[in-house]
Write a new protein. Structure first.
Length: 571
């Protein structure tokens, strides 16, 4: 959150003013000699006036010294401290700005604007818990002023506390029901926590209030696309692009939506323009190849192959193009297993991306039909088996995926990527022994892979076994990626299993801060860690957030049923 410090200081100058010094109007040439035996307040007044003169002359360092002396001589005078705070902020000296803000807040404890300023400075210093407390104090003092709520909401959003952010924006919407901005901010937060129906409602309301709210129009288009309301998405993205014709992301999303509606000619025109423009990425090439294949233009599809990345998926799509042209596909399919590169990366990044862009069910069914046809050729290909298994997993058909991948393992022998895919399928099927077996095989081939170290370590923590091994594995992963929220949460969960509540809370909270958004599982873990620490109230708060983020998360409602009454009674 960027600090709106000048605005806050304007508010403060009105509400604090020069109450103990009187109105001051200094001339540039004024001189403020201090007579002997003056009181500290009179000396403070002289230094204050001198500081104003130095400011007008542009001698800001001298002005700062004078203001510091004024504040020191009369620590009960708000005006010098307010000017001093402003001077420190202008110099980016937030520690000293905070020191005098805290001192001034003791003089005027009922000034809500001052608490907002303190919260903003705390946040800049990454003291976010204190910042949140300051903003809540401002709300308590002036519950009708939306500035405090808005500042707190932005802070909570930066802290990845999306549930609390949504609650603040819901209060702001209730206070200002005709504010398109608050409805939009509520929609943004709801979309980030993947509550798409509620996000749709908030963004629709923002546009009812302000029909030319272009960012709300764009976000509503994305929400509709993710919700499967593709025709609405296309409508909103078209209207957005009338106002923002150069927005490449909006063009991409429009192209994907048009393709999902079967309007291939327009989709191809848009996506080809992106591929032929600057800063083109591998995903753009693959998306255009896919749409050209679906539209019955296989010859053009091969023309748009990506130049470097995704060699397995590119070769697979080329084989589809040759099939559609009636040309032999066997020679190309026979080379798939000889390609150098990472099939795992092709599946994780590019195959998953295609399925998300064009709809998992539709795109997944299309690829499975193609693979069924390739099976008729009799080609024995490990690559094709892995692709089939990963597509089935994307469609949540894990038992089928495990069967396919096990068959490939029997046919082709030990293989890192087959073992990894099987580990994922087994984990989804709650098969601990299978998951452990396949992950151990992967580690034999890649002993320092941080993702696999974390995967196996977290598996042990989740099942409360081999905790010392789990800790060592996850620490090794964190040495390579110290800010990975997944690895931090895994280590926090190991500490929880070991009974180390404080360390569990520390690491899980750090994990939440590094996430791109809030996460139900991490909130559930944090609640469990607070319970272990004896703090039932905080545990219930975190479980409520977990339930709001994912109402279907297993076990959360049961814990709330057990502990909510205890949290309310404070026992």
């Amino acid at each position: 959150m960027k600090l709106a410090l000048p605005v806050t200081l304007v508010y403060l100058s009105v509400t604090v003013g020069c109450c103990s010094l009187g109105g001051v109007h200094a001339d540039n040439g004024a001189s403020f000699a201090q007579p002997r035996n003056t009181t500290p307040r009179a000396q403070s007044y002289a230094h204050y006036l001198s500081a104003l003169v130095q400011e007008r002359r542009g001698e800001f360092d001298k002005a700062l010294d004078e203001m510091l002396q004024a504040a020191t001589l009369d620590p009960s005078a708000p005006a010098p401290m307010l000017r001093l705070i402003r001077a420190y902020l202008q110099r980016q000296d937030f520690e000293n700005a905070l020191k005098f803000t805290e001192r001034l807040s003791k003089l005027t404890p009922d000034n809500a604007k001052l608490w907002i300023l303190a919260g903003e400075i705390y946040h800049h210093l990454e003291r976010d818990e204190e910042a949140a407390a300051a903003f809540r104090k401002a709300i308590e003092l002036d519950p009708e002023d939306t500035h405090s709520y808005d500042a707190l909401a932005k802070l909570l959003e930066d802290m990845n506390d999306l549930v609390a952010t949504v609650e603040i924006y819901e209060r702001l919407v209730a206070m200002s029901p005709d504010s398109a901005t608050f409805h939009y901010q509520l929609g943004v937060s709801l979309a980030r926590m993947n509550d798409l129906p509620a996000a749709w409602t908030a963004l629709e309301r923002a546009l009812e209030i302000k029909s030319d709210f272009v960012r709300a129009r764009f976000l509503l288009g994305l929400v509709c696309l993710d919700e499967g309301r593709v025709e609405e998405a296309v409508l909103h993205l078209r209207r957005y692009l009338v106002r923002r014709s150069g927005d490449r992301e909006a063009k991409e999303r429009l192209g994907y939506g048009l393709a999902r509606l079967g309007k291939y000619a327009e989709a191809i025109e848009i996506l080809a323009g992106i591929v032929e423009g600057p800063h083109v990425e591998t995903g753009h090439h693959l998306a255009l190849m896919y749409v050209l294949l679906r539209s019955g233009q296989p010859r053009d599809a091969e023309r748009y192959m990506p130049p470097e990345e995704a060699p397995f998926l590119t070769s697979f799509l080329r084989a589809v193009a040759r099939r559609d042209r009636g040309e032999p596909v066997t020679p190309l399919l026979e080379t798939l297993d000889q390609i150098e590169g990472s099939l795992e990366e092709d599946c994780d990044r590019f195959l998953g991306e295609l399925l998300r862009k064009f709809g998992r069910e539709d795109a997944g069914a299309y690829f499975l039909d193609v693979l069924n046809e390739f099976d008729v050729t009799g080609i024995r290909s490990r690559t094709l088996r892995v692709l089939r298994g990963r597509i089935l997993m994307a469609l949540d058909r894990f038992a089928e995926a495990r069967e396919i991948l096990n068959g490939a393992l029997d046919e082709f022998g030990a293989d890192k990527e087959l073992h990894y895919s099987l580990a994922i399928a087994c984990e989804e099927l709650d098969d601990f022994d299978g998951t452990e077996r396949y992950l151990t095989k992967v580690l034999e081939a890649a002993p320092n892979d941080p993702e696999i170290l974390n995967f196996l370590g977290y598996l042990y923590a989740e099942h409360n076994v081999k905790l010392d091994e789990a800790e060592a594995m996850i620490r090794a992963a964190l040495e390579q990626e110290p800010e990975s929220p997944y690895y931090l949460d895994s280590l926090g969960w190991v500490f929880y299993r070991q009974g180390k509540a404080d360390k569990a809370i520390e690491y899980i909270q750090r994990a939440i801060l590094f996430m791109n958004g809030d996460d139900a599982i991490l909130r559930d873990h944090l609640g469990d860690a607070h319970l272990l620490n004896g703090d039932v109230r905080r545990a219930v708060i975190e479980w409520r957030k977990a339930r709001r983020l994912d109402p279907k998360l297993e076990g959360v409602q049961e814990k709330l049923d057990q502990y909510e009454e205890q949290a309310r009674s404070g026992k």
